[in-house]
Design a protein around this ligand. Structure first.
Ligand code: HEC
Length: 160
């Protein structure tokens, strides 16, 4: 080994010694901590997104979709509201399945009772199959997460 090469290797060694073992360990620890925190943060972010998407509820069943179509055909929205939107002539139906049984609703829909004896107006009557699907649609509506608490019963001053 000649002199100059020895000097080179010396200087390399002295360089390493200023960057001590403790420092290397600290840097490595910092790196690992950073990766751990970033990974945990990402996992929490994905988890929260999953929770918020899940809280949107399920999509409607095929029968509930048929019910929506029957609801449109019969023009139910001309008198009734859902989530506060629609006609203001009759009770809001957002949560009607919470206050009426399945049979009460389907009977109501198939028999089309007289709703205003003074004017002899009859409630819309639909075929039994439509009543079933509309019931399914109304049940689905009641499960959609929303802050609307509905108007139980006939709204005041409406439908004179
Ligand atoms: C011409 C207006 C009108 C139309 C159209 C109409 N309804 Fe009604 N509906 C009413 C009125 C008014 C009442 C309240 C009757 C009462 O309380 O005596 C009512 C009551 C109801 C109720 C019972 C509500 C409760 O709070 O107990 C249900 C369920 C209902 N309607 C469903 C429907 C469906 C489904 C359709 C479409 C097939 C429809 N209605 C179409 C006027 C209407």
């Amino acid at each position: 080994m000649n002199r100059s090469s020895k000097k080179n290797s010396d200087s390399r060694q002295s360089k390493r010694s200023t960057h001590g073992r403790g420092e290397v360990r600290r840097e490595r620890l910092f790196g690992l901590t950073f990766i751990a925190v970033a990974t945990a943060g990402m996992a929490i972010f994905i988890w929260l997104n999953y929770l918020s998407v899940r809280s949107l509820g399920d999509s409607p069943s095929p029968l509930a979709v048929l019910g929506k179509q029957a609801w449109q055909r019969a023009g139910c929205v001309e008198c009734h509201t859902i989530f506060g939107n629609g006609g203001y002539n009759a009770p809001d139906l957002t949560r009607v399945t919470d206050r009426r049984s399945d049979k009460e609703i389907t009977d109501w829909l198939t028999t089309g009772p007289v709703i205003r004896p003074t004017t002899k107006t009859a409630h819309v009557a639909v075929a039994p199959a439509d009543a079933e699907s509309i019931l399914e649609f109304l049940k689905y509506i009641a499960t959609v997460p929303n802050m609307w608490d509905g108007q139980p019963g006939k709204p005041k001053g409406a439908g004179r």
